[in-house]
Design a protein around this ligand. Structure first.
Ligand SMILES: [Zn+2]
Length: 495
């Protein structure tokens, strides 16, 4: 085998442009259950090593697995959400291989009879929509974790944590319909959004709840056949996915351009080195000797069960966007931002329900609130402002009790202190100044101090008008009613 780990030469853009990539993704998502797939052990992340184990998930002789009903319900919900056809009968098989973190000696996984087939996910890249086929969705259980570093004697020993053994997963396999890293990114992002909306999985990538492998090949544009594919594993963040695909596509084009052939192999994304590398052959087996698990009954799903899951389905992102457009009259862009997560969409709707005008709520949430949450590294669930508190502030701006400029300052204080808009306005005197006498006094002082600009205005330089308005606003710390300031300045300058 050629040394494929060597640094690849950069390939000229015109050469790259002659090729097209063909990408399919295999996504593993942990089902959001309290207990494991086939036993009563907790699935809680971060528990003491090997504390969440029992004879069933450790594969001890004589222990019998029983399918977790809620795990099946979540898998069915995911299947319907991505438009798959649920199979009336599916079956768990044993996928046999040896690895220290797999005490049973096999993984339980649906193989020849998966739970659901033939679905699709619609993605959007740079405004263009595209339907990506989903080949299948099946259920399986997870393996444990080998810990090769982080212990004083890690140079001599590896440690094993079996807590993940038997944690329920679904695997969603796409058709090879993706053509660019950007499409793969959008697909994973859309799928993650759907799984989060339906509460099938928390999709926490740091905790391993969402993992992704990619099948990648390249071919000359217009070529009728797919090229030989390589499987790239360990793409456990959106950044890794994009980088690894870009690297792998360029690597394969480089091999073909230099007259070589792509070998069908499994490769790992090496984060530190920033490249894909072939896995050592002993790290994966070609033959898993699948056979039906004799300890588990086939899974039968009736029409009425499917109907029940369909009826209980929460509103999905696409439907929510359509409803936001028609109910609230906001822009498609804002609807996209506000429905990015179910929690954010619910926050927006609660704000409107508490009395805020929809457009103002949309602007403030997608602008001020998201910016400050982002700066503070917080999620919407941790927002120091409840929807009711934001609605109170927006009502005050709407009624003209405070100016929009003061509103932003009050918002900042609310975000920092968690106090209400009324409390902050009362304490800090942000109330809008609508006292025409006071504003006129300030305006006259400013005009008197700026004789030169006054002369310019009188000579026909209309632009100087803005200067005077700005000065008055500054003098009143942005609290003067802008409309009244405009009227008064115009009058005073015209005298
Ligand atoms: Zn167990």
């Amino acid at each position: 085998m050629a040394d494929t780990t060597a640094e690849i030469p950069r390939i000229a853009p015109d050469v790259l442009a002659r090729y097209e990539a063909v990408i399919g993704l295999e996504v593993h998502a942990q089902l959001d259950t309290v207990t494991k797939a086939f036993c009563g052990c907790s699935t809680k992340f971060g528990a003491a090593p090997n504390s969440n184990t029992c004879p069933v998930c450790l594969g001890l002789p004589g222990a019998l697995p029983v399918l977790n009903k809620h795990a099946l319900e979540l898998a069915l919900r995911a299947s319907l959400a991505i438009h798959c056809k649920i199979q009336p009968r599916s079956r768990f098989a044993r996928k046999n291989y040896f690895y220290p973190d797999l005490p049973k000696g096999y993984q339980i996984s649906m193989y020849e009879l998966p739970l659901a087939l033939a679905g699709s996910i619609e993605i959007e890249v740079e405004g263009a929509k595209k339907r990506i086929g989903v080949t299948r969705l099946h259920m399986e259980d997870d393996a444990g974790k080998s810990l090769h570093e982080g212990f004083p004697d890690s140079d001599r020993w590896s440690y094993i944590d079996f807590n993940r053994c038997g944690v329920p997963l679904i695997e969603i396999v796409s058709e090879p319909d993706l053509r660019t890293p950007a499409e793969a990114y959008a697909y994973l992002n859309t799928l993650k959004q759907i799984l989060e909306y339906t509460e099938v999985s928390d999709c926490n990538m740091e905790e391993g709840s969402l993992r992704c492998d990619a099948n990648v090949s390249v071919r000359l544009r217009g070529a009728p056949k797919f090229g030989t594919k390589a499987e790239v594993k360990n793409l456990n963040s959106f950044r890794y996915l994009a980088h690894a695909l870009e690297y792998e596509i360029e690597r394969q084009i480089g091999v073909l351009e230099s007259g070589g052939a792509i070998s069908q192999e499994t490769r790992l994304w090496n984060v530190a080195a920033g490249r894909t590398e072939p896995m050592r052959s002993k790290e994966f087996a070609h033959d898993y000797r699948y056979f039906p698990d004799p300890d588990l009954l086939p899974v039968t799903v009736s029409e009425s069960t499917v109907d029940g899951v369909r009826k209980a389905m929460p509103e999905l992102p696409d439907a929510k966007i359509a409803r936001f457009l028609s109910d609230y009259g906001i822009t498609p862009y804002d609807a996209g931002v506000l429905t990015a997560t179910r929690a954010l969409a619910e926050y927006f709707e609660a704000t409107v329900k508490a009395g805020a005008p929809a457009k103002a709520a949309s602007n403030w949430i997608s602008g001020e609130l998201l910016r400050r949450l982002n700066d503070a590294g917080k999620e919407i669930a941790d927002s120091p402002l409840a929807p009711v508190a934001l609605a109170e502030l927006l009502a005050k701006v709407e009624k003209g009790e405070i100016t929009a400029a003061s509103g932003k300052k009050v918002f900042a204080k609310m975000f920092e202190t968690g106090k209400s808009a009324s409390e902050i306005i009362a304490a800090e005197g942000f109330s809008q100044i609508s006292d025409t006498g006071a504003i006129e006094k300030i305006a006259r002082e400013i005009v008197a101090k700026n004789a030169e600009n006054l002369a310019k205005y009188r000579a026909g330089n209309e632009g100087v008008f803005k200067f005077f308005v700005g000065q008055v606003m500054r003098e009143t710390r942005g609290q003067a009613n802008p409309q009244i300031v405009n009227e008064i300045v115009k009058r005073v300058l015209g005298e």
